[in-house]
Design a protein around this ligand. Structure first.
Ligand code: SF4
Length: 281
């Protein structure tokens, strides 16, 4: 396939020649440029890990509650059914759990904690799962914009649910998080059901994946400067596409813990071609 065909298949280039970058793609590019390139080349390598799979199930149950389709006390049963339905359709990459039963149990613990610790603190005046797309500017003679899906925009700010293994440090999210910058920019650009101005608030509803999960809200603030910084990243990504093309390897970031056979679906196309497990001992 030509570069244009590859980028179209990945949803990055549209028929008019405009670039569209998803938040997850930009985040991946910033963590490891080569990982982004290999995912465009080999979308089949992007098998969802079991933790993300579990998070998807918990998101779906939270959405059902926020939409009024189930009651708070139904959350545990709902997420169990969702996990098993998902497993019927797809097999995740098993990293954290031994099997579906273990995953379903952790999903149940997490959603119960979400219902207990987070749901009561969220203003129930939002809309669930809002897809957005907005133009950000022109670069290399072409328009570019951002795409994504917000979990729960409300009149009072934007909420996103996370089910990570570790507690989030607020200072890290305030300093580095690109998702918060893109999603608040979508709100300021009028691409969400509610209007926002800079500075805008973005809140992570975090439920840590533990034996006894706890939920907490972690809010960060985003300004126009954060948006300009995100746009700078997007322009660098477009420059890489235009100048390097998709055939030759892009810069590698092997220091990140994601650079492993367990966490990088492209490992066997990249570091795994050179380094064996014995070499890392
Ligand atoms: S193996 Fe490491 S360097 Fe290669 S794409 Fe994956 S994360 Fe990047």
């Amino acid at each position: 396939m030509s570069d244009t065909e590859l980028l179209r298949a990945a949803g990055i280039l549209d028929d008019k020649g405009d670039y569209w970058i998803r938040q997850s793609q930009l985040t991946e590019f910033v963590r490891c440029p080569e990982r982004f390139r290999l995912h465009v080349l080999h979308p089949e390598n992007a098998i969802e890990g079991d933790e993300a799979f579990m998070g998807t199930a918990d998101h779906a149950a939270a959405e059902m509650l926020l939409d009024g389709d189930i009651r708070l006390e139904d959350l545990a049963d709902a997420v169990t059914a969702i996990v098993y339905d998902m497993l019927q359709a797809d097999e995740p990459r098993w990293n954290a759990f031994k099997n579906g039963a273990e995953m379903a149990e952790q999903a149940r613990r997490c959603i119960v904690a979400w219902g207990r610790d987070i749901y009561p603190k969220v203003p129930l005046v939002g809309v669930t799962e809002v897809d957005f797309a907005f133009q950000a500017g022109i670069h290399q003679g072409r328009r570019y914009g951002f795409r994504g899906c917000v979990d729960y925009p409300t009149h009072y700010g934007i909420y996103d649910w996370k089910f990570p293994a570790k507690v989030y440090k607020r200072w890290e999210k305030q300093k580095y998080d690109l998702q918060a910058s893109i999603y608040t920019a979508a709100g300021v650009a009028g691409a969400l059901p509610f209007e926002y101005d800079w500075p805008a608030s973005f809140t992570f509803g975090i439920t840590t994946r533990q034996d006894e999960p706890k939920g907490e809200l972690v809010s960060v603030t985003r300004t126009y400067n954060h948006y300009e910084w995100v746009k700078h990243h997007a322009k660098v990504l477009i420059d890489m596409i235009v100048t390097m093309g998709m055939e030759r390897p892009w810069p590698l970031r092997q220091e990140d813990w994601l650079c492993s056979a367990k966490w990088c679906g492209n490992y066997h196309e990249c570091r795994g071609l050179f380094i064996t497990p014995a070499d890392d001992q």
